[in-house]
Design a protein around this ligand. Structure first.
Ligand SMILES: Nc1ncnc2c1ncn2[C@@H]1O[C@H](COP(=O)(O)OP(=O)(O)OP(=O)(O)O)[C@@H](O)[C@H]1O
Ligand SMILES: [Mg+2]
Length: 161
């Protein structure tokens, strides 16, 4: 069953995201990429390691596909029953056609550039699977040449304190 694959613990989502940003500092600081954070305090009952992987990949993508000196906005918004994390970059963007396919295994947009950026195209497929296990939702909004926003919504299964 799904629950057998998950180790649910209560933890602070905003703290987790801050920690991930610190952990991947080698990917962004030398390129002068900056983060603007608007993180509400949210406690969540979820698989901590799996969600760590989610933010690591989404934020890693935002960095990888940003220009040097770019800004990445990360926000957390809490609802009654859910929490929404938005990760927004001002990078190369994704065409409408490719937006439909980025959650497929091994899919990488724009083959001519894939050598430059590296990666296996597995990240978002794994992310989507983890979000689904948590009964959440993930979607993307993007404009080629303008940037990309990835929006993750997760149900809050623990009462706020
Ligand atoms: N923020 C983004 N900006 C532009 N393109 C993106 C962004 N995020 C994902 N993509 C596109 O979606 C593709 C799939 O992303 P995914 O994370 O699954 O793979 P990857 O980053 O290429 O490889 P991996 O995550 O396995 O190292 C990317 O190769 C890229 O073409
Ligand atoms: Mg990736």
């Amino acid at each position: 069953s799904q629950s057998q694959q998950m180790r649910l613990v209560t933890f602070s989502l905003d703290e987790q995201i801050r920690r991930v940003i610190v952990a991947i500092q080698p990917q962004w600081s030398a390129r002068n990429i900056r983060f603007k954070l608007n993180l509400k305090t949210v406690r969540l009952l979820a698989d901590q390691d799996q969600l760590n992987q989610v933010w690591t990949n989404i934020l890693g993508n935002s960095i990888k596909f940003s220009k040097d000196g770019g800004v990445i906005n990360v926000s957390i918004k809490q609802d009654i029953k859910s929490v929404t994390v938005r990760i927004s970059d001002t990078g190369i963007g994704i065409s409408l056609e490719d937006q439909k396919r980025i959650f497929e295994r091994f899919f990488k947009a724009d083959r001519s550039h894939s050598r430059k950026y590296g990666g296996s195209g597995m990240g978002l497929a794994i992310v989507k699977q983890i979000v689904s296990l948590h009964e959440g939702d993930i979607r993307v909004e993007s404009e080629p040449g303008q940037g990309t926003t990835v929006i993750v919504t997760l149900p809050i299964t623990t009462p706020p304190d």
